[in-house]
Design a protein around this ligand. Structure first.
Ligand code: G16
Length: 546
């Protein structure tokens, strides 16, 4: 290629490009600063030499700035010697679809443009993350190398030609680089057909069973339309908010009881639908609802593991199961019964990568509405919804019946999470430091019926590469099996978000149908007293309860 078509643009470093729990997430205005995106992307190309002459997968959740960023990244890829880029039409690809395409086409990596469940639009958030050749989010060692590079960057390389119109499917050239613009849905839908029993699900949907899926004006709209309507025969109107919009229609694309309240309402009352589900901005999260019931993500992971033998893609046996530390211990009980391994990892999907790659686990999940398996290396919203639909079709039972039967057999882990958002970062850090200072004196302290048995600051040693991750959250365990966990979020963009995770175990079936809020109240009060949340933050209640 003529070097004349490649421009070397001088730049200066930004000091805030260290990745959080999942990539670099900032308000759109930060990304719109001259050179901000370019610096980060150049750091990727500089530290991943395998991309030179290699294949890169590129796509995003369609939020504001997605199309502009795609154009810049295509020109920079051409400027940095990438051999070929596969990009989703209109720049759209869900996070699990990118993971799948990386694996299917043996790409050297992928770039995903998304701030996940954070709001979009000109005043919302934008984000970028890099996935490695296994299809999974870059581990800390890789994102740390990006960060170090961004601190010393002095120029970036960009092709001076125009990127092709990403609305047109087909093959294009930019300098020596080939660009293939593809249908974002087709490959992913094919993988789902390989894993699940589409005939059984089609029959269920034709039998009077009522399903609703809320795409929240985000990436899963086109995927859900194709899978549920074209392949499974569901009426088009069962897919709600199916058109991806740059600002997600002004909503918050977070599938939980607060932000998907309209969907929850459809499951209530005499005419409540049998099954409802939602996914988030980039399609990796899921929420599962039945008539008058909500399945916690922790229970969902346990039930998926317990019912794997019903699903064609998992019938031949499963390895183990992993959950992030704050996720309830429900899946552990299933693993023990099945005689398979179970793991407890820090928050962040990247920590599951080694376990999946080395066949230690088949399933993994997080309380933050993430569930997945070894079919890709990301959590996968529609996969989880299809897994549940396949269980419903295969068992002929309702969501509520499946939940109740599961609890009867394994016991119920009551679970709730309280989020205090946008609190002062200094106050949040001090709260965590003071908790850490109390760790030795907490065991033995009694609060009514709850006596603290142990307390620690969670650290994790990866069983494959022995990487150690420290300070991953404060855990307090009680003699009756209850647990309180405190963590600061790594995905927020305004101040700090304190997450308090609460869990208690109930083996007695006669006590398993109580209201979660009532059951957890005593533990909520203890969590407040031990950390002094109200006094420190001035907040009387959490902003979000899930
Ligand atoms: C990301 C990560 C998840 C994590 C979640 C919440 O999800 O991929 O592993 O559980 O954030 O993290 P935090 O508690 O640090 O805010 P997503 O869907 O935002 O990519």
């Amino acid at each position: 290629m003529s070097e004349a078509s490649i421009q070397q643009v001088p730049t200066t470093p930004f000091d805030d490009q260290r990745a959080g729990t999942s990539g670099l997430r900032k308000p759109v205005g930060v990304f719109e600063q001259p050179h901000y995106l370019e610096n980060f992307v150049q750091a990727i190309f500089d530290t991943r030499p395998e991309l030179n002459g290699g294949l890169l997968i590129l796509g995003g959740d369609g939020r504001f700035y997605n199309d502009i960023a795609i154009g810049i990244i295509l020109r920079m890829a051409a400027g940095n010697g990438v051999g070929r880029v596969i990009v989703g039409q209109h720049g759209l690809l869900s996070t699990p679809a990118v993971s799948h395409l990386i694996r299917k086409y043996q790409a050297q990596g992928g770039i995903i443009l998304s701030a996940s469940h954070n709001p979009g639009g000109p005043d919302g958030d934008f984000g970028i993350k890099f996935n490695t050749a296994n299809g999974g989010p870059a581990p800390e060692s890789v994102t740390e190398a990006f960060f170090q590079k961004t601190l010393e960057i002095d120029s970036y390389r960009i092709h001076t030609g125009d990127a092709p119109d990403i609305g047109r499917i087909g093959g294009f050239e930019l300098g020596d680089m080939r660009i293939d613009i593809i249908d974002p849905v087709r490959d992913y839908a094919g993988m789902m057909q390989d894993l699940f029993d589409f005939d059984a699900m089609r029959e269920l949907l034709a039998s009077g069973f009522q399903l609703r899926f809320d795409a929240m004006h985000a990436i899963t709209g086109p995927y859900a339309r194709h899978i549920f309507t074209d392949l499974l025969g569901a009426p088009a109107e069962w897919i709600l908010n199916a058109t991806p919009l740059p600002d997600f229609g002004g909503g918050h694309p977070d599938p939980n009881l607060k932000h998907a309240a309209a969907l929850v309402a459809l499951t209530r009352g005499e005419n409540g639908v049998d099954f409802a589900a939602a996914s988030d901005g980039d399609g990796d999260r899921n929420m599962i609802l039945g008539k008058h019931c909500f399945v916690t993500p922790s229970d969902s992971l346990a039930i998926i593991t317990a019912n794997a033998a019903m699903i064609p893609g998992y019938r031949n046996g499963i390895h183990g199961v992993a959950r992030s530390m704050p996720t309830s211990q429900a899946a552990d009980r299933v693993a023990e019964r099945l005689g398979i391994a179970h793991y407890e990892t820090p928050t962040g999907w990247k920590y599951f990568g080694n376990l999946l790659d080395h066949r230690r686990i088949t399933f993994c999940g997080e309380e933050s509405f993430g569930t997945g398996s070894d079919h890709v290396r990301e959590k996968d919203g529609l996969w989880a919804v299809l897994f549940w639909l396949n269980i419903l079709a295969g068992s002929g039972r309702s969501v509520a019946d499946i939940l109740a039967a599961h609890w009867r057999e394994y016991g119920r882990n009551y679970y709730t999470r309280h989020d205090y958002e946008g609190i002062d970062s200094g106050i949040a850090t001090q709260l965590m430091d003071d908790l850490r200072a109390q760790l030795d004196s907490l065991p033995g302290q009694r609060f009514g019926e709850h006596t603290i048995a142990w307390a620690d600051d969670f650290s994790y040693t990866d069983p494959i590469d022995a990487t150690v991750s420290t300070h991953q959250g404060i855990r307090i365990g009680f003699e009756n099996g209850s647990r309180i966990v405190y963590r600061l979020s790594g995905t927020g963009t305004q101040g700090a978000t304190l997450r308090v995770y609460l869990e208690s175990f109930e083996p007695d079936p006669a006590k398993q149908q109580h209201d979660t809020r009532q059951v957890m109240q005593a533990l909520v009060d203890i969590a407040n007293r031990v950390a002094g949340i109200r006094a420190r933050t001035g907040r009387n209640a959490p902003d979000v309860i899930t």
